[in-house]
Design a protein around this ligand. Structure first.
Ligand SMILES: [Zn+2]
Length: 229
């Protein structure tokens, strides 16, 4: 059993990053730490950084780097993460955050940064084809519509495209992602931590590739003298 992994997962919206992150965490028996959950938990537990972050979120503003890092540091200091490890999902988003994370964990503190790589046109198809029931939020895809004329199979609600899922909106988000993540990928590549996984195909296949990729990087690092463990 490969327990005790310390990983982070990167990937565009629609690449299946969250799904894979949850699976890797479960497989290794470590907590899945997603940014959204972490912020909600920190705010409701009224931790020092959680309270600061809440102020920004209430005003609808972006939470500054130092506070984001503070929330992450508080979470990573908990027993489960310290003893077992973690799978980070949604953090870091910027190079500055990545550098802070390295400082926080120390050398040898991260096993791998897994990039679930899916070509933009496939992600565009996945997201722009998505349709959502106005009543219950059930999701469909133009490739797999409801049985009757865009009415929800469960409750007959109308099934529509959200504004966020329209191609212009997706392209804007993907562009921003590319700008932010390019430097991150270079950063982890230089540290020998980057695992690029082909994210096209079914969930099981992609998951198998993730496990193989992580194992390869861990072995390489174990045999490399600069990996201080
Ligand atoms: Zn519905």
């Amino acid at each position: 059993m490969s327990s005790g992994v310390r990983l982070l997962v990167l990937g565009k919206q629609g690449a299946g990053k969250g799904t894979q992150a949850v699976r890797i965490a479960r497989h290794n028996g470590v907590p899945h730490i997603s940014t959204g959950d972490m912020f909600r938990a920190a705010a409701s537990a009224r931790t020092p950084f959680g309270l600061k972050a809440k102020e920004f979120m209430k005003r609808g503003e972006l939470v500054p780097d130092d506070i984001v890092i503070g929330v992450v540091a508080e979470r990573l200091a908990k027993d489960d993460a310290v003893n077992d490890g973690f799978v980070l999902d949604g953090f870091p988003r910027t190079r500055v955050q990545a550098e802070e994370l390295q400082r926080l964990l120390g050398p040898g503190g991260l096993d791998a940064a897994v990039d679930i790589d899916v070509p933009t046109e496939i992600v565009l198809h996945r997201i722009s084809g998505r349709r959502v029931c106005r009543t219950c939020g059930a999701t469909y895809h133009v490739d797999k519509p409801p049985k009757v004329d865009w009415l929800c199979d469960r409750d007959g609600g109308s099934v529509v495209q959200r504004d966020d899922d329209k191609p212009e909106a997706i392209e804007r988000r993907l562009e921003l992602y590319e700008q932010e993540t390019g430097p991150l990928l270079e950063f982890y590549e230089a540290l020998g931590l980057l695992v690029t996984v082909d994210g096209v195909g079914d969930l099981e296949d992609v998951f198998g590739r993730v496990l193989d990729g992580v194992e390869t990087v861990r072995q390489l690092r174990r045999s490399a003298p600069q990996a201080q463990r």
